[in-house]
Design a protein around this ligand. Structure first.
Ligand code: BES
Ligand code: MN
Ligand code: ZN
Length: 502
């Protein structure tokens, strides 16, 4: 989509549709919305007086000026209570209005900046939120449909209309950031939405290579032989049962910049998780095409970080493989040797994410990182513990706290779980150094975290983010439509932006 910013009055724009807003409880619209109301001889006040529009969050109404102003339509969106309004409200309002506009067949949309008037938001941040919300809300995945007859066309341009010329430069900066973040999230969503017969390990590696070329970052793809030579027996054990060869993608933003702190992001990249020999039940198994959601989030975050030119040396590690059952597949009871040298007794082949991450986390140590974060659709236990509204984080307390702050800002919230010493005891194996499951159903998200902690580089702060179940949403939300969410991209970008800021 093309984004532009113009200085002028919203009510004078010749537009297919203009978007204005109202806080809940307002009876006399002010600012840009007030100006539109006046130009429409008080039509908005009539709507409010009749109780037809109350300004609830994401409430939307469409008015037809019929020549009273040059715009063909006025889309009015509710912002909720002024005292509860945040940046997220601006994202949501923008998304709601844009989806309404698209439904009406609008292809060129004009909008004011939600929340930058009486909402008190900084114009740069508000522009970022409006552009981000618009693009994320309009996201859809139609590439596999051949019949698109009843699909509305895409919105081609979004014009932010601002009266104060002094705000234009800041808005341009914010709008660009919002676009980069939203488009990077869309890349992640696309990868998660794509089925496993399309998004294979080599396919994702190719997408990574192409993305890296476009934004100018380093990309190395380790093929199966290289992984074998390195000694990644844990990772490769998961690949044994499938025909698609494993790949490890290594992305590097600011490659070779020794002066910058290094942060390594590791993403679980199971392109389909059948469970292996410990086969999953059939019900809902299709969702396991999204078991590479962590890897896809790392890819999206790296793209955004490069385009935003964040002053960090960022390493993205994507261990990619299917988890399939066949005659060659790893079997319960098998013992494999990890890159770290620790032997692992695999008691459940469906606890495969930790096996691929173990070797990738160890490999991250080669980059002497200041911090390592992994993100993974790791356990059903995460879903049971926290449901739809928070990912689980485990590991370094300070880093968990920073992620909590970042998550609150972008509304991809996280909540900590403990990795107390006592929990680790359940992973002791009779025949190997460690086993890959705790053996009971207790604390399974924590067991995943405990296992991973044994393979992280020594003395480096590390956090594990379990996003199982959050890679998709069943519920259509204003800027997270049903389907792949892209969870993790915005969380990482916010963390890394504040990291760079000091
Ligand atoms: N990929 C799954 C976890 C998952 C569950 C992702 C629901 C998305 C939605 C993971 O590989 C898995 O199978 N975990 C097992 C681990 C168990 C065998 C210890 C689980 O959580 O049941
Ligand atoms: Mn599994
Ligand atoms: Zn899995």
């Amino acid at each position: 989509m093309r984004i532009e910013i113009i200085v002028g009055a919203i009510q004078t724009q010749p537009a297919e549709a203009i978007v204005v807003n109202l806080f809940e409880g307002v009876t006399e619209p002010a600012g840009a919305t007030g100006a539109v109301d006046q130009a429409l001889s008080g039509q908005l006040r009539v709507l409010l007086a009749g109780g037809d529009f109350r300004g609830k969050p994401n409430e939307v109404a469409v008015l037809y000026p019929a020549g009273a102003i040059p715009a063909q339509r006025v889309i009015l969106v509710g912002l909720g209570k002024a005292e509860k309004f945040t940046l997220d409200g601006a994202r949501q309002a923008a998304a709601t209005a844009a989806k309404k506009a698209r439904e009406l067949g609008v292809t060129h949309l004009h909008t004011i900046l939600h929340g930058a008037g009486s909402g008190g938001l900084d114009p740069e941040k508000a522009a970022e939120a409006v552009v981000e919300g618009t693009l994320l809300g309009l996201y859809r995945f139609n590439e596999l449909k051949t019949k698109l007859d009843d699909v509305r066309p895409d919105i081609e341009t979004l014009t932010l209309v601002e009266l104060d010329a002094g705000r234009k430069a800041a808005m341009e900066t914010g709008a660009r950031v919002g676009q980069v973040i939203a488009e990077s999230t869309a890349l992640t969503r696309d990868l998660v939405n794509r089925p496993s017969n399309v998004a294979t390990p080599s396919y994702i590696a190719e997408v990574a290579r192409q993305m890296a070329g476009e934004v100018g970052m380093g990309c190395t793809v380790l093929e199966k032989d290289a992984l074998t030579a390195l000694g990644m027996g844990s990772f490769l054990s998961v690949n044994q049962g499938g025909d698609e060869p494993a790949r490890m993608v290594i992305l590097e933003h600011n490659l070779g910049r020794d002066d910058l702190p290094t942060v390594a992001l590791v993403g679980k990249g199971i392109t389909f998780d059948t469970g292996g020999i410990s086969l999953k039940p059939g019900q809902g198994m299709d969702r396991m095409k999204g078991d590479m959601g962590g890897a896809a989030a790392v890819l999206g975050a790296l793209r955004a970080a490069a385009l935003l030119d964040l002053p960090l040396h960022l390493v993205g590690l994507l261990p990619l493989t299917e988890n399939m059952p066949d005659a060659q597949a790893v079997k319960p009871g098998d013992v494999v040797r990890s890159l770290k040298g620790l032997t692992i007794e695999i008691l459940n082949t469906d606890a495969e994410g930790r096996l691929v991450l173990a070797d990738a986390l160890t490999y991250a140590g080669n980059f002497t990182p200041a911090a390592v974060l992994d993100i993974a659709t790791l356990t059903g236990g995460r879903v049971i513990a926290l449901g739809a509204h928070a990912a689980a984080v485990m590991g370094d307390d300070a880093l968990c706290a920073r992620l909590q702050t970042a998550g609150q800002v972008v509304y991809e919230r996280v909540w900590p779980l403990p990795l107390f010493d006592e929990y680790h005891e359940a992973l002791k194996s009779d025949v190997a150094d460690i086993k890959n499951i705790g053996g009971s159903r207790e604390a399974s998200a924590i067991m995943g975290g405990c296992f991973l902690s044994k393979f992280t580089p020594d003395d480096v702060p590390w956090v594990h983010i379990d996003i199982a179940g959050l890679e998709f949403t069943e519920k259509d939300q204003p800027y997270v439509p049903k389907g792949a969410t892209g969870m993790g991209v915005r969380l990482f970008v916010e963390l890394l932006r504040t990291w760079s800021a000091g």
